[in-house]
Design a protein around this ligand. Structure first.
Ligand code: DX5
Ligand code: ZN
Length: 224
């Protein structure tokens, strides 16, 4: 049975009170917390590293972490994040010379492995990896920044990936990331996505709680 995940991206959270923001969204029903790791090489932005997760955990902030590596290299970072007992580690295929061995490296630590595919990148890398993956992340914005506009042409791509996953009849998570709002999430559900990375719609809203509850209602109504 397909599960559905609401995954707040902390890129738009209040970093002066990050533990509080994370505890709040979890209390309101978030399933995982999405960490956008950017190195100012793979994308033109610089965010944070594993020290943020270490500090959160050390100070008693409990969460399931969904790590999105937007970095020029990934193999050296994977063990560091894996040691934080994160749930998912997702990487862009351009960040490794050997996609298959990077997937195996993530799984060797007991973490779930995901591949992130940029808007104009083809799905070809899935052909020989889909039977090893736990998650496929379809980027609905060009990576690097929050608060961008959802690229509507991605809906067709999501439908294609849903068909591909269903033909393998396994429960790979189909995640979408970028520009997701209350007023477009139903299109994503109809296209076959079941995991939603949502940053500014949640953390920049006047009321995080009501935003998450509204999103949950849209998903529950879709499932009826
Ligand atoms: C962009 C990041 C996204 C982004 C989502 O590179 O991967 O996770 O933070 O933020 P919103 O929901 O504001 O587009
Ligand atoms: Zn992301």
């Amino acid at each position: 049975m397909k599960q559905f995940f609401i995954v707040p991206s902390i890129l738009s959270a209040n970093f002066s009170n990050l533990g509080h923001d994370i505890k709040s969204v979890i209390k309101y029903g978030a399933d995982l917390i999405h960490f956008d790791i950017m190195d100012n090489h793979y994308v033109n932005n610089l965010t944070f590293g594993p020290v943020v997760l270490q500090s959160l955990k050390k100070n008693g902030v409990e969460f399931n972490a969904d790590i999105h590596l937007m970095t020029h290299k990934v193999d050296n970072l994977i063990p560091i994040f894996a040691k934080q007992k994160v749930s998912f580690i997702t990487f862009h295929p351009e960040s490794t010379f050997h996609i298959d061995s990077t997937i195996s490296l993530i799984k060797s630590f007991g973490c779930k492995a995901g591949i992130a595919i940029n808007p104009a990148t083809s799905l070809s890398c899935l052909e020989y990896t889909i039977d090893k993956l736990d998650l496929i992340l379809i980027m609905s914005v060009n990576p690097g920044f929050g608060k961008q506009k959802f690229l509507t042409y991605i809906l067709k791509k999501i439908e294609k990936v849903r068909k591909l996953i269903d033909s393998y009849n396994n429960n790979i998570v189909l995640q979408v990331d970028g520009g997701i709002k209350k007023d477009n999430i139903l299109n994503l559900l109809n296209a076959g996505a079941n995991s939603f990375v949502i940053g500014s719609e949640i953390f920049c809203s006047k009321n995080c709680k009501s935003t998450i509850l509204k999103i949950k209602n849209i998903i529950n109504k879709f499932l009826k």
